[in-house]
Ligand binder design. Structure first.
Ligand code: M6R
Length: 361
């Protein structure tokens, strides 16, 4: 049942080229993005995205996509905060809930708060017959298949793929993306399963680094732009299964506090694909190295050529259009956590104190 893997989590990580291909097939048709359910993104003025855990991180990445590709403002909330805050929900706002299980108590309560206030309730779910799906107006399935490991991997990647296709589709409907650009983006989508397969080739390196990471008591994750939520994903995965304390910061926040933590015992994982803000992230990374922090730079060949001097280790990822980079950089977030946990001998699929589906508040 684990298809030759030691854990369900490993199996699910390695299934991602296929599960990603499945969701891309469901959201594209020829040169176009065609979501399986209709929604008029031109008729809304703002999106409130609400979720818990990894699903909330997927929403935080999607904020960058919706704001840049569709010029739609996005507020991202943690469901347990949203449900009690009594925040305003405008009649033209769209409320979008993301949940793998579709049964998370706080997400469901948040949905019920928005119901009747927002223009529509949208759900991005894996379990199509779940309560959250049933209570929504428009349902977008993620087609990840059953996910057994408590630490979400393939569902997170497919949540990202669905949210990116919705952002592109919104950009088309709002007149910001023409047919040529849409066709280019669809081609980019279709290249993703292959890029995920190439990214999986860093597994041996992650396994080798895990013995060092497993000795740390704290690990810092840094990133800018959509790599900032991806830093959160790296930290969350690592905490869940290896029980090592990890924290994520936006690279630019380093000197506003967390740099005080840096010394030679602190591994600092930096997610920095070559993009328009690469140099900014690298200068933050150099501030860490100047204080003896042990930097693990996750970048592509171009980034490695420019910035690997003095870093502890570099993980070289395939080159990917910055728009799609969060989907590919989920792989190092997963593999670093997985191999560190295996090294520590923890129960990877059923980590202590955690449940796959959190149906109580
Ligand atoms: O089923 P849901 O997507 O609503 O679950 C939300 C969180 O409980 C979940 O993402 C959790 O954070 C995972 N264990 C993360 O790997």
């Amino acid at each position: 049942e684990k298809a030759g893997h030691k854990h369900f989590m490993a199996k699910e990580i390695h299934e991602q080229p296929q599960t990603l291909a499945d969701v891309i097939a469901a959201y594209t048709d020829g040169d176009r993005i065609v979501p399986p359910a209709a929604y008029d993104w031109a008729a809304t003025d703002r999106v409130q995205m609400v979720a818990c855990g990894t699903a909330q991180i997927a929403c935080s990445v999607a904020k960058y996509w919706f704001e840049s590709l569709a010029r739609l403002p996005v507020d991202v909330d943690i469901a347990s905060e949203y449900r009690y805050r009594e925040g305003p929900v405008g009649a033209d706002n769209t409320a979008l809930f993301v949940s793998q299980s579709g049964e998370t108590a706080d997400t469901l309560a948040a949905l019920r708060y928005a119901k009747g206030k927002a223009r529509a309730i949208l759900a991005v779910v894996n379990v199509a017959e779940s309560t959250i799906a049933r209570d929504s107006d428009v349902v977008f399935p993620i087609h990840a298949g059953v996910e057994v490991g408590v630490a979400s991997t393939k569902a997170f990647v497919n949540q990202l793929a669905v949210l990116l296709s919705l952002a592109i589709h919104a950009g088309v409907q709002r007149g910001l993306i023409d047919a040529t650009r849409e066709a280019e983006l669809v081609a980019g989508f279709r290249a993703l399963p292959g890029l995920i397969s190439s990214a999986l080739a860093i597994e041996d390196r992650c396994e080798a680094l895990a013995s060092r990471l497993a000795e740390a008591s704290d690990i810092l994750f840094l990133g800018r732009g959509p790599m900032y939520p991806m830093a959160h994903e790296g930290a969350l995965k690592l905490k869940e299964i290896s029980y090592i304390h990890a924290e994520a910061y936006a690279s630019g926040e380093l000197k506003h506090g967390p740099i005080a933590l840096v010394d030679k015992t602190l591994p600092v994982v930096v997610f920095a694909p070559m993009d328009a803000i690469f140099d900014k992230t690298i200068s933050n990374m150099q501030e860490v190295m100047a204080r003896d922090g042990q930097v693990l730079l996750v970048t592509d060949a171009q980034g490695a050529a420019q910035a690997s001097d003095g870093v502890w280790e570099v993980l070289t990822m395939p080159r990917v259009d910055p728009i799609f980079a969060p989907i590919v950089y989920a792989v190092p977030a997963q593999l670093l956590a997985y191999h560190t946990a295996v090294q520590k001998g923890t129960d990877v699929d059923q980590p202590r104190n955690l449940a796959k589906s959190v149906t109580v508040e």
